[in-house]
Design a protein around this ligand. Structure first.
Ligand SMILES: Nc1ncnc2c1ncn2[C@@H]1O[C@H](COP(=O)(O)OP(=O)(O)OP(=O)(O)O)[C@@H](O)[C@H]1O
Ligand SMILES: [Mg+2]
Length: 278
């Protein structure tokens, strides 16, 4: 089932429509898919995903998310619950100075029955492996822990779709891995995951990569199809994943691997095969 279906979406931040942040974007995301959106600064990634839960109102085109027409004012509240977002800076995402109250706040907003709230808070914290931090102040947590608490606030509302807009950008490699692990866990549990990232390595394990440039979708396909396409990635202003770069560098040096590897493990395997052949 298609969960996000957009046709010909255009958007301008200027009232005079002189410059478009999005131009004629078509998009289709299936339920349960893990989609990574790549593109350089200003290519329109955040503008696009902010349409999915009506943080930005649709100006041109059509968009349905979880069967809801995003233009339907009466359904915005439901849409925002079904389509949760985690942003780059966790500090901007807290409304309370106590972790459990922060998560409960979102649930209260959605008129969750009072007796259900403690359990929903607990299970959301357990999902992000932050059980035991209920009474802590968010500002005493590490960046990675804050981002997981922010995610727990979204998960407590039981969304269908979770959007990560550069949610790992401010984290060190360990923090990034923690968030990536939780993304994979949510994906395995059937959630639809949409992740915007500047780290091409984070796109390798996606079901689908959407490559954006200058407000348009330049290409959409499997990680292999997109991330190993030298010309396409160059056009989008993106760096290739390291194993792919090495594949092309080796070719230039006259060393031909059988397949273009996407991961370090695949690269090692290709080099071992080469050695056993010679
Ligand atoms: N609030 C705003 N007001 C005016 N223009 C904006 C606003 N937000 C974004 N833009 C413009 O819209 C275009 C797309 O921006 P957007 O933030 O969607 O890009 P992005 O791909 O998310 O970039 P980044 O990787 O830097 O986050 C850019 O030209 C940007 O300058
Ligand atoms: Mg952005």
């Amino acid at each position: 089932m298609v969960l996000v279906e957009g046709k010909n979406i255009s958007f301008s931040y200027d009232f005079d429509d002189s410059s478009f942040a999005l131009q004629g974007v078509d998009i289709a995301i299936e339920q349960g898919e893990f989609v990574v959106i790549l593109g350089c600064n200003g290519s329109g990634k955040s503008t696009l995903v902010k349409h999915f839960n009506a943080l930005l109102r649709l100006q041109h085109g059509e968009l349905r998310v979880a069967q809801i027409d995003v233009k339907n004012e009466e359904e915005i509240w439901l849409l925002r619950r079904l389509c949760g977002m985690v942003f780059q800076n966790p500090d901007n995402q807290f409304v309370s100075s106590v972790v459990e109250e922060d998560i409960a706040f979102g649930l209260e907003n959605y008129e969750t029955p009072r007796r259900e709230i403690p359990e929903r808070v607990q299970s959301a914290l357990a999902l992000v492996e932050m059980g035991g931090y209920e009474k802590r102040a968010p500002n005493t947590l590490s960046g990675g822990q804050k981002q997981r608490v922010a995610l727990a606030g979204v998960l407590a509302l039981e969304p269908e779709i979770i959007i990560f807009d550069e949610a790992t950008a401010m984290l060190d490699p360990g923090g990034r891995q923690e968030v990536a692990k939780i993304m994979r866990k949510l994906h395995r549990a059937g959630k639809t995951i949409i992740a915007i990232t500047h780290y091409v390595e984070e796109a390798v394990a996606a079901d689908k990569v959407i490559l954006m440039a200058q407000g348009r979708v330049l290409a959409s396909g499997s990680p292999k199809a997109i991330l190993t396409d030298l010309d396409l990635m160059k056009e989008a202003g993106m760096l290739l994943p390291l194993p792919v770069r090495l594949y092309y560098d080796l070719r230039q040096a006259g060393v031909h691997l059988n397949h273009c590897p996407l991961t370090d493990e695949e690269l090692v395997e290709e080099i071992c095969q080469l050695r056993s052949k010679s």
